[in-house]
Write a protein of this length. Structure first.
Length: 269
């Protein structure tokens, strides 16, 4: 099979080197990404590659082939898609991975492959919740001193530096991996990874006399127990909203819907 005379010689012609079956790239690192890989891996006609950013030292690995590390932006990812003959991309990265989301959209468009965003819904406030929503991290830092003095901080290690100047507050910062930089005396690290229980979160809050919870609107059941515990104890919650979403061609909120999308875009072959 040959190229059309008007084709762009810089773009790989995927028809020329079609591999048996289909190749799917999952931009992962979330429970939904792992569940999708497990759901698709059983199909004999689909080879699954999951990509992880590499920010967690010991990540939970999905089934199938795993790639760890960055691509070098949208251009690097587009080149990788062409070189590896990828037929579709599902972006199931964390709701706050805004840069990767944009790179995925741009790269899929450049490589001319179908693109899907799989993102779990955010949390919804329940009766009795005392949520204070803020649009971003700087506003959260400015607002926090008005809500409490002893803080359970669950926004990840990359945000610790932003809160560190609030030396009049005491922080219990729950992280998966410790930050590279030393933490100040008013910050205590708690290395932990969900899922969590309401009883466990309630005991943690009481033990450390926490009077305010800071979190991102990550959604999902793995870490939702802290919100239930805060509700039962009457604690205020400083909720950092998700970044303004990029506009992917298609978006779903469940793994089942993602599988149905793949059934349409990667027909049995």
């Amino acid at each position: 099979m040959t190229r059309d005379d008007n084709s762009d010689p810089t773009v790989p012609d995927r028809r020329e080197t079609r591999l048996p079956g289909w190749r799917l790239l999952i931009l992962g690192g979330t429970a939904e990404a792992r569940a999708l890989a497990a759901a698709v891996i059983a199909r004999p006609d689909v080879a699954v590659v999951s990509s992880l950013a590499g920010r967690v030292a010991e990540p939970r690995l999905p089934v199938g082939e795993v790639r760890i590390g960055g691509f070098g932006g949208a251009a690097g990812l587009a080149a990788w898609l062409g070189e590896h003959r990828i037929d579709a991309v599902v972006d199931a990265t964390h709701p706050y991975a805004a840069r990767m989301r944009v790179s995925g959209i741009e790269a899929a468009a450049t490589a001319d492959v179908p693109h899907l965003r799989l993102e779990r819904p955010g949390w919804t406030a329940q009766p009795g919740d005392r949520w204070h929503r803020v649009p971003d991290l700087p506003v959260a830092v400015a607002t926090l001193p008005t809500l409490g003095r002893r803080v359970l901080l669950t926004t990840g290690r990359q945000s610790l530096a932003a809160f560190a100047p609030l030396a009049d507050l005491w922080f219990l910062a729950r992280v998966v991996d410790a930050p590279d930089e030393p933490v100040p005396a008013h910050v205590r690290l708690l290395r932990s990874r969900g899922p969590y229980t309401v009883d466990g979160e309630t005991a943690l809050i009481r033990e450390h006399r926490i009077d305010v919870l800071v979190t991102k609107d990550s959604g999902g059941a793995l870490t939702e127990a802290k919100l239930t515990a805060a509700r039962h104890l009457g604690l205020p919650v400083l909720m950092i909203d998700r970044p303004a979403p990029a506009a992917p061609p298609a978006t779903v909120t469940t793994v089942d819907d993602a599988v149905r999308w793949l059934d349409r875009h990667l027909p049995a072959g």
